[in-house]
Design a binder for this molecule. Structure first.
Ligand SMILES: [Fe+2]
Ligand SMILES: [Fe+2]
Length: 157
């Protein structure tokens, strides 16, 4: 079988969907390759910082590793800005959506909220509320996200 027999989802057979499931399994297994390609493409992303977005991602992950963070946090640091190109206004949420199925809930939460926590470090200079993160002050993972941004994300730019 080269492709399914249908052109409407509701006309597909069990054989068609078994065929598609097998293709999907292969496709999911190749996700790391696609993520690395997307990460590499950050080299040409948003300009103006002293290093490019790929270098920033590598530095963030390297700092996490140096601090003996676990592998989920290290990978989180590596891909946390992956959404910069396609979701510049909500890049944190895009990266969190990508990583959520593969990491514990805390790591996905940190990635999802790193954007608002980052504002603490530049809000004053930009004239925006640096304390916007405070709506999460009582959240169980506030400190984790604060540490992620303070130690690994907000420096080395
Ligand atoms: Fe970010
Ligand atoms: Fe970042």
């Amino acid at each position: 079988m080269q492709h399914v027999s249908f052109i409407r989802m509701d006309e597909g057979t069990a054989e068609d969907y078994a065929f598609l499931n097998a293709r999907e399994d292969e496709f999911v297994l190749a996700l790391p390759d696609r993520l690395l390609a997307a990460l590499t493409s950050l080299e040409g992303s948003l300009a103006g910082y002293q290093i490019n977005r790929l270098e920033h991602s590598l530095q963030s992950a390297t700092r996490a590793e140096a601090d003996r963070a676990d592998i989920e946090l290290i990978v989180g640091a590596l891909i946390h800005d992956l959404g910069d190109d396609l979701a510049p206004l909500n890049h944190s949420q895009l990266a969190a959506t990508i990583i959520r199925p593969y990491v514990r809930a805390e790591v996905a939460w940190i990635i999802e909220h790193h954007g608002v926590f980052q504002m603490y470090h530049y809000g004053d200079a930009m004239g925006i509320d640096k304390n916007a993160r405070d709506i999460y002050r009582d959240h169980a993972w506030f400190d984790s996200c604060e540490q992620f941004c303070g130690d690994w994300d907000q420096s080395g730019l």
